[in-house]
Design a protein around this ligand. Structure first.
Ligand SMILES: [Zn+2]
Ligand SMILES: [Zn+2]
Length: 584
């Protein structure tokens, strides 16, 4: 699937054009890139089926953009963009990604200080050369230093929401590649390992593990390095190969023989801390554990290794799901057979946070409902923004009431239960953004902080506590407000927040948006000790977002949550006991 690759192409071109102060094109390119990214269908397939005409049917894609796309699909490059890149200073695209820097400022830096790349900029900041530069100054120098730090941090690690689909894609491409060859190789056990398998919020590297007999291993590697999306082969061997994909991500593939597959999977899944503890357990029991297998210490005889489950069993432990392998007490719990029975995808019966065209969503109410129904949900809550969210097109009371009417109408056409909800702003004084008369009418009130992120801790805590004490609030959404790689969590006393939330029977959201994943796993673990209940929500802004539940679910599992802890696993009849207004 080349959607992401093509989207990148337009984003990059937009950046360069903006730098050249071209007027409207950057906007059009970014819009097209966004459409392509969120398309949900393989753009290559559309083109193969319908040609250019199929491309222009996509909203935001006109004749000339469609020309560029078809040129890329045919020749793997766009002549016009190649020329653009030649003319643009090479570091521009990267500089555009630094928060606080726009095209104008970059040009100024280039013209006055000769800053053309990120490392130029870093040097200029260290030498305090921006201090006296018009339009910059001491404060902006500090802000830029911080923005660079964040940029580098986020680029060192991949977001789960990017890594997981990418790994899935590479694995299915590799399977297809191996199957299409004359001597078929069975890759049914191929899997990603490492922090990705543990579903951490950000991923260091994408590592893939496959099982094959020694004489087959090199054939698997042949398939791997010849995948169409591979840009560069760093290393090719019979046990390990490394490549860089065209879109820039590095991927490692290991191939191990069947008798070592389980041991390798266990070893490469990590975490390091978990593995150290596990090796200690092995030693205490007279074994030796390595990536090749579990061996008797004395004789060196292998007693397990082909499956992970077998290794844990031989060590006297219950099987530990990957999400728990962080050395946070899981090994002791496994020894006592006291691991939590983690919540699963199949347990989820609804989604309690989503946006439609009424506010900042991209799809209509009806489209969202249709998709939710195909996902097999029993209920959803429609939660567009409240009136103060002007930039997100928040709903005035009249518009909210109009939405209720449409929900009533659509409720008759669909099996799924549609709850009238709202993502209501928690205002700066902690009050909610609709009058009581409206809040009372809503089935579900999802409260969220969207402004005043820089409040000192005490003030922010008071603000959220006030909201939690409001009888109309049901769910506290994205409780820390962080945006991965972009904005840190606001300062707030979570101990106090959890205590008040528990005392008032409020539900805490685990937001599944890959850029949020909020609450994070550590805070989920902490919140659970207060006896709190959670909901896993997608906060969807498009139909395709509705399937991002898996990311939030991963964090819930990392936070040791069971089905019972998560209210959107409850059937509707029981949900009514959680959200009392549903009984009215
Ligand atoms: Zn929000
Ligand atoms: Zn939202």
């Amino acid at each position: 699937m080349k959607n992401r690759e093509i989207a990148e192409l337009f984003y990059e071109a937009a950046d360069i054009l903006e730098y050249q102060q071209v007027e409207w094109k950057p906007r059009a390119y970014r819009k097209a890139a966004q459409m392509i990214e969120n398309l949900g269908e393989d753009i290559e397939k559309i083109y193969a089926r319908e040609g250019k005409a199929g491309l222009t049917k996509i909203p935001g894609i006109g004749e000339s953009i469609a020309d560029h796309i078809s040129e890329y699909l045919e020749t793997n490059k766009v002549e016009k963009f190649e020329k653009l890149k030649e003319k643009a200073p090479s570091g521009t695209a990267e500089l555009m990604e630094i928060r606080g820097l726009g095209a104008k400022k970059i040009k100024k830096l280039s013209d006055t200080l000769g800053v053309r790349t990120l490392s130029d900029l870093k040097n200029a900041i260290i030498a305090h050369r921006l201090k006296r530069l018009e339009g910059f100054g001491e404060k902006s120098e500090k802000n830029l230093a911080r923005a660079i730090e964040q940029y580098e941090k986020s680029h060192a690690r991949l977001a789960l929401g990017k890594a997981l689909p990418l790994a899935d894609e590479v694995i299915s491409a590799l399977k297809a590649q191996c199957e299409s060859r004359t001597s078929k190789i069975d890759l049914s056990k191929i899997i990603y390992t490492g922090s990705l398998r543990r579903l951490k919020e950000t991923i260091g590297d994408i590592d893939i593990l496959a099982e094959a007999e020694k004489e087959e291993a090199l054939k698997v590697m042949d398939c791997f390095v010849s995948l169409p999306d591979v840009e560069q082969v760093i290393l090719k061997g019979s046990t390990k190969s490394s490549v860089i994909l065209r879109e820039g991500t590095a991927i490692d593939l290991r191939v191990v023989p069947p008798e070592s597959y389980g041991a390798a999977l266990q070893y490469f899944t990590g975490s390091k801390e978990h593995n150290i503890e596990l090796r200690n357990v092995a030693i205490k029991n007279g074994y030796k554990l390595s990536e090749y297998g579990l061996y008797l210490k004395e004789s060196g005889k292998q007693i397990a290794g082909s499956s992970e489950a077998e290794i844990y069993e031989r060590l006297g432990l219950a099987y530990i799901p990957p999400e728990l392998r962080e050395n946070r007490g899981e090994i002791k719990a496994a020894a006592r057979n006291a691991l939590p029975k983690l919540v699963e995808a199949g347990d989820l019966r609804g989604d309690l946070h989503m946006h439609t065209e009424y506010s900042e969503g991209k799809d209509s109410l009806k489209t969202m409902i249709e998709k939710a129904e195909t996902l097999g949900y029993e209920y959803i809550a429609v939660t567009d923004h409240s009136r103060s969210q002007k930039i997100a097109n928040g709903l005035e009371v009249e518009k909210l009431k109009a939405q209720w009417k449409e929900i009533d109408k659509l409720s008759k056409q669909f099996r799924i239960k549609i709850l009238k909800g709202s993502e209501v702003d928690i205002l700066k004084d902690g009050s909610l953004d609709y009058p009581a008369g409206i809040l009372k009418e809503l089935d579900v009130v999802v409260g969220a902080v969207h402004s005043g992120f820089a409040f000192p801790e005490r003030r922010m805590t008071e603000r959220i506590v006030t909201a939690l004490e409001n009888k109309y609030l049901d769910i506290l959404a994205h409780p820390s407000g962080r945006l991965l790689g972009k904005r840190e969590a606001y300062a707030v006393n979570f101990e106090k927040v959890f205590e008040v939330a528990a005392a008032n029977g409020k539900v805490i959201e685990i937001n599944s948006q890959p850029s949020r994943l909020d609450l994070n796993d550590d805070l989920i673990l902490r919140a659970k000790t207060f006896g709190l209940k959670f909901c896993i929500s997608t906060d969807s802004h498009t139909v395709s977002d509705l399937t991002s539940m898996r990311y939030g679910l991963g964090q819930a599992r990392r936070g040791w949550l069971e089905k019972e802890d998560v209210v959107n696993t409850y059937p509707y009849s029981r949900l009514k006991q959680v959200f009392k207004k549903l009984n009215a």
